[in-house]
Ligand binder design. Structure first.
Ligand code: XMP
Length: 519
């Protein structure tokens, strides 16, 4: 697959000026079947036009257009005649470059506002008063020549403006966030009615185009892929299998640190059900031997990372000559490692992805999901016949249960944790709390023993902490307000069914200041 952006054609190109919402613009469009790609604002002309976008969106930004070092508009954009939509900072950029004027609002406007609109293509079929989400300091004071006002709020006389002849529009508010209820319709109006895009970005199209691109890249060579038990590697495998069949061999390393039933499910799904070539290696002993006596979380990660690479290499070596290594990199990873102006600031915490593989193993890389958001990965996973239990699996750290087993990682303690974790998953699944209500929910085993009482005797056993959070981006998270009766069942079952645990606590801390995982 090309790395220059030439994938699906005829969509919308988004220039990322660093707004925290840029990815949402792309997602809102794609959810409506319109392909969109994100580029850095200094993108070369040839790269931007490689996928023949029909329109350009300029995102918001933490900058002000007058600030030193503020990212600017590529000169070629104004020479070309493509439709453009500026959002917030994007609006100010257009005004600034086209002869309008931008000034500071008396006060920063942040939050909900009502915009009185003037009917135009951008607001086609929408009510005349729109509820919108504002987040800006500067605002437009004078329109560029040839532009008209299409919307106002008490605080922003030009909350929306446009030059319909040139098919250029701009809005001060953020149509991409859910707090702007008609925002998706505004983006769709721009793409479909102003740019002439066809909403043809469907799971079937994604699969068809990915398969064609993968066949072109791989030819008759062989590919290996490491299955982790998670969604991304599973969908990458299914897609590759569709594209190149038995030229693909999947490698599954059982680290002994996976959740209950996971190793069996991987073998069942990929070997028995999908009939893929699968090499499954059980390296449990190697991992536990290496982890003996280690309690420092960072040291655990390093050991697991090294052992994983070695186990993977050993399994791969047995396969003979292989040219390609496939990885389940998805679009947000691509954007955050150098997409737009604000990407560095935005990737608050990057876990060294243990359980992943270094790029220098001597293979050429294939990244079948490189252009896809998580929800698209899930949708094509289902379309490719993967079971719901796999497609909707919650994220799980590369180093596995070792992260959630505080203190020493022994076989017995991990078994204890795994049993408790399975109860959490089981009870939340029964109450339909695993999809949406919680983004991640799991058990943590604490290296603390406390006194309890069981029958006539005293116990002195370990504690399980239950962690369940809701989050959109995993950078901030709220603890899930689980129903008491569900928490009660989880607690009762854990102390009754899991040997060595006499106490269960529920973690009621947000992130920040806590993290999602305990380590
Ligand atoms: P924290 O604990 O930092 O976690 O709030 C944020 C998200 O990252 C996941 N996580 C990992 N994912 N390898 C991964 O692939 C890792 O080493 C790792 N550590 C944490 C965590 O589960 C949460 O979703």
């Amino acid at each position: 697959m090309s790395k220059t952006g030439a994938f699906h054609t005829g969509g919308i190109a988004i220039l990322d000026y660093g707004s925290q919402y840029t990815q949402l613009i792309a997602r809102r469009l794609r959810e409506q079947g319109i392909y969109s790609e994100i580029f850095a604002p200094n993108v070369a002309e040839a790269q931007l036009y490689a996928s023949a976008p029909r329109g350009i969106i300029l995102s918001g930004s933490p900058y002000s257009v007058y600030e030193e070092g503020a990212p600017t508009l590529p000169a070629y954009l104004l020479r070309n005649e493509q439709p453009m939509l500026g959002i917030c900072y994007g609006m100010q950029l257009l005004a600034h470059h086209l002869g309008g004027s931008v000034g500071s609002a008396q006060q920063r406007e942040y939050g909900a506002a009502q915009v009185q609109i003037v009917p135009c293509d951008l607001f086609r079929d929408l009510p005349e008063r729109l509820e919108v989400w504002m987040s800006h300091a500067d605002r437009i004071e004078a329109l560029p020549k040839g532009w008209q006002a299409f919307g106002s709020t008490p605080n922003a006389p030009y909350a929306a403006m446009g030059d319909p002849t040139a098919k250029r529009y701009a809005v001060q508010f953020h149509p991409e966030v859910t707090h702007t209820p008609h925002g998706a319709a505004i983006l769709r109006n721009f793409a479909v009615h102003i740019c002439g895009c066809t909403p043809n970005w469907t799971p079937a199209a994604i699969i068809e185009e990915s398969v064609a691109a993968l066949r072109a890249q791989i030819g008759t060579e062989r590919v290996i892929l490491g299955l982790s038990g998670g969604v991304d590697s599973a969908v990458a495998a299914a897609l590759l299998h569709q594209a190149v069949g038995d030229q693909l061999t999947c490698i599954f390393i059982n680290t002994g640190l996976l959740r209950q039933g996971e190793p069996e499910q991987v073998v069942q799904t990929f070997q028995a059900h999908l009939r893929m070539q699968l090499v499954a290696a059980d390296a449990t002993e190697t991992f536990f031997e290496a982890l003996a006596g280690i309690t420092d979380p960072e040291q655990k990660r390093v050991i697991i990372g090294e052992k994983f690479i070695r186990a993977f290499e050993a399994a791969a070596r047995k396969l003979g000559t292989v040219k390609f290594l496939a990885q389940g990199t998805i679009y947000p990873d691509v954007i955050e490692s150098g997409g737009g102006a604000g990407s560095a600031a935005r990737s608050i915490k990057k876990h060294h992805n243990v359980g992943g593989l270094p790029a220098d193993l001597g293979f050429a890389l294939v990244e079948p999901l490189r252009y896809l958001f998580k929800d698209e990965v899930r949708r094509i996973g289902t379309a490719l016949g993967l079971p719901d239990a796999l497609v909707w699996r919650q994220p799980f750290p590369g180093p596995g249960l070792a992260v959630r087993c505080l203190g020493e990682v022994t076989f017995a303690r991990v078994a204890r944790l795994r049993a408790a974790d399975a109860i959490v998953t089981d009870e939340l699944g029964r109450a339909d709390l695993l999809r949406g209500e919680t983004s991640q929910a799991f058990a943590v085993l604490l290296p603390i023993r406390s006194v309890g009482v069981m029958g006539d005797g005293r116990t002195y056993q370990e504690t399980i902490a239950v962690r369940a959070v809701r989050t959109d981006d995993f950078m901030t998270a709220r603890w899930a307000q689980l129903p008491y009766e569900v928490l009660a069942r989880i607690s009762e079952r854990i102390v009754n069914e899991v040997q060595g645990v006499n106490r269960v606590v529920y973690d009621i801390t947000t992130k920040p200041p806590a993290t999602i995982e305990w380590e």
